[in-house]
Design a protein around this ligand. Structure first.
Ligand SMILES: [Zn+2]
Length: 415
């Protein structure tokens, strides 16, 4: 059955047991990194921490996080300072946009997606079409590893060439698909136009999708068209799998293969459980152990139990990037929160939140373009309620343009 069973026992251990198992692995990784990775050694040294001192979660939280954007410079300086082994000992070295190099160790399923693929419903003997790219960036090969580990056969098509994709999917009666959900929709459209029946001519049963926002409507549409299950995961090209959906598809369970924290952006201080913050992750990689890697992604965690039986808490959703966040008067202002407030007022056509600091005083100016009938008082009240800060509202006429509509623009000057 595609909806039952677990990839390994750890997934259904109690939350305490799971945490204690992870904590042991985390400590081993910290000691290894402190011994072998120059970058981590330096980071500890600068913070005045000796690796021997890291014995509790509180000690761990004192380690300054490693922001994703710092990887670019650190890798340019010398990528070896981030590794426990020589470059020549790796299995692959990819390059993602940034540019950021993604070193891969030799362990099978190095990126740890097998647990996620099993939870999605992939099973041994599945025939799976892999439509992510196989070169330069890690997506194709990274997501092929878990399929091979689970005992699936892979059709490595990579992206594009949709007609050939359709021929292979139908001729080989492929049961699985990995790629973008929107691409699956493109395949469906072309196949229908060619007179094919998406349920009779295809045998697709399960898909793992990534690399774009999966809206409920896109998921439902594709699931219904092919009569299949579509599940997604969350990870990065630096650390691999972080979280994944189960059959319930109500958020993404944190993977057993890494230590995940949700922190106030840029600080490494944990948020109150359940609140939105930056995803900070430490993968249990013995090759490229990025300790407290600050992904720049914003998420919140749901601690309620999941009917699937997996004990790991779930990421409720990815709410954007920290670079769309600003700290004002000790308060974080998130772009998506501003969007949510604006969405309550259908007459608003466009908005922009500009931050300035005349005479060192933080000021928020909310510019809006609106059709007739905007209740300004109500808008300010709604903003204050959600964001906890009071903006100066400026309603623009239709011919005045916004520099960056729908964004937070930080124009504060620091001296
Ligand atoms: Zn679940």
């Amino acid at each position: 059955m595609r909806t039952t069973g677990y990839y390994h026992d750890l997934e259904i251990k109690s939350r305490e047991e799971l945490k204690s198992d992870k904590w042991t692995r985390l400590q081993n990784i910290i000691q290894l990194a402190a011994e072998k990775c120059r970058e981590f050694k330096n980071r500890l040294h600068k913070a005045g921490i000796s690796p021997r001192d890291i014995t509790s979660e509180k000690d761990f939280l004192a380690i300054p996080p490693l922001p994703k954007k710092n990887l670019i410079t650190l890798q340019e300086e010398d990528i070896n300072q981030l590794l426990t082994t020589d470059l020549g000992n790796l299995a692959h070295i990819y390059m993602s946009p940034g540019p950021i190099l993604d070193p891969e160790g030799t362990d099978d399923d190095y990126w740890g997606w097998a647990e996620a693929f099993y939870a999605a419903g992939f099973r041994p003997k599945d025939i799976v079409q892999m439509t992510f790219s196989y070169h330069m960036t890690p997506a194709g090969l990274m997501l092929e590893q878990p399929l091979r580990k689970l005992g699936c056969a892979v059709i490595p098509t990579g992206p594009g060439n949709t007609e050939a994709q359709i021929t292979l999917l139908t001729r080989l009666k492929a049961t699985g698909f990995v790629g973008m959900a929107s691409y699956l929709k493109t395949i469906a459209k072309k196949a229908k136009a060619a007179g094919l029946d998406l349920k009779k001519d295809f045998n697709l049963q399960v898909a793992f999708v990534a690399a774009e926002i999966l809206t409920p409507s896109l998921r439902n549409e594709v699931e219904e068209m092919f009569g299949m299950v579509v599940r997604q995961g969350y990870g990065t090209a630096d650390v691999g799998c972080i979280a994944y959906e189960c059959p319930e598809a109500q958020g993404m369970h944190l993977s057993t293969r890494c230590w995940v924290e949700i922190c106030h952006p840029g600080t490494g201080e944990p948020v109150v459980p359940g609140e939105i913050g930056e995803v900070v992750v430490t993968p249990f990689s013995t090759t490229y152990p990025l300790i407290r890697f600050a992904t720049g992604d914003l998420a919140a965690i749901d601690y309620s139990p999941c009917p699937c039986g997996r004990s790991a808490p779930r990421i409720k959703g990815i709410f954007g990037r920290t670079d769309s966040t600003a700290k004002v008067k000790g308060q974080f202002v998130y772009q998506h929160q501003v969007s949510q407030v604006m969405a309550e007022f259908p007459v608003i056509i466009n908005w922009q939140l500009t931050l300035t600091n005349p005479q060192g005083k933080d000021t928020l100016t909310l510019y809006v373009q609106a059709r007739d009938g905007l209740d300004e008082k109500k808008l300010i009240a709604a903003f204050k309620e959600k964001i906890k800060l009071l903006p100066v509202l400026k309603v623009l006429s239709a011919h005045e343009e916004l520099e960056e509509p729908g964004k937070i623009v930080d124009k504060r000057v620091w001296e």
